[in-house]
Design a protein around this ligand. Sequence first.
Ligand code: ASP
Ligand code: MG
Length: 402
Amino acid sequence: MLIVKKFGGTSVANKERIFNVARRCIEEYKKGNDVVVVLSAMGKYTDELIRMAKDIHEKPPKREMDMLFTIGEQMSVALMAMAMNKLGVPAVSLNAFQVAMHTTSAYGNARLKRIDTERIQTELENRKIVIITGFQGVNKYDDYTTLGRGGSDTTAVALAAALRADACEIYTDVDGVYTADPRLVPNARKLKEITYDEMLDLATLGAGVLHNRSVEMAKKYNVPLVVRSSLNESEGTVVKEEVKVERMLISGVALDKDADRISVIGLKDEPGVAFALFDTLAAKNINVDMIIQSIGRHGSKDITFTVDHTELDEAVRVLKENQSRLGYQELLSETNVAKVSIVGAGMMSNPGVAAKMFESLYNERVNINMIATSEIRVTVLIDVNDAERALRAVHDAFGLGE
Ligand code: ASP
Ligand code: MG
């Protein structure tokens, strides 16, 4: 068997944990398996690198940022290879260049295009454990790129796909994927299995366990994933195409406090207005999520939408700059809002799921600002001060707790 194992920053944060990971990998290797290990930078080292960069330049060039980032993962893999060597097992560390991992050019947000597997395969044939830097790649200019924060998960899945691995295990500091964040919802339950689509929604909505692009890629190449803890032996959660166990209506509840709301008031009620508005934002690479438009009255209408907190200032600036062209009267923004979502493939065949969510919010006297739905999720935007209480109420209403 060929197994790809990915360990996040907390799992390699210090010497003891590095040896702990080394031992777990060696155990697998000694069973006769081929083992490929993907690592993130130690602890919060990536944040530390950002701090150092910002100390020199408040807006550092993205190319140089990626150049800097790569040392974090490179440090982890080299130290891990040394630890395995110390434990008497042959191991070799490789960075994105040595592999090579080819990506698109966008610094800070590159996408993997192709992975050369020859070098890895040769090392495996020589019975070495191969330890590879997560998060980083190389573009057509032979420059380093990175895949976006949390991108090591995606490196692991891509490697598993390219190497046709038998398993891809993502080791983290939680035991698996929960019905809700256990820090906010104490009776949250660990899921045995979850579908790619549900996981993708949960990952995107801020569940924080997996990089959402890694889930996208796992679905595309049908790589079964296991999310489990590096600190204990508990079983973890399997992410796959279809889930066999008795389906619950809802698989999870997610809270995203990073959403902000913008309302554009008094737009003309005529064709092309929404296009002009969102095209203006898209041109600045600003991602918009929930959108509602009021019904036109007396020739005027309003459009409200959410953006990520990090993009609020830029969005407001761009819209103000274009006020006369877009032809609106007033711009309002609100940061004290949060998104609560329910996610579950079970809702496709069951009416009344949204109503049940709204009922539980009503019971808590939580007012809903905006609503968005897809086949497998319902999201509401509410006051941030109600958010955690709402999360628990919805979680209970669907009987998700233990
Ligand atoms: N070290 C990188 C980060 O902190 C990549 C990762 O952890 O996956 O974002
Ligand atoms: Mg992560």
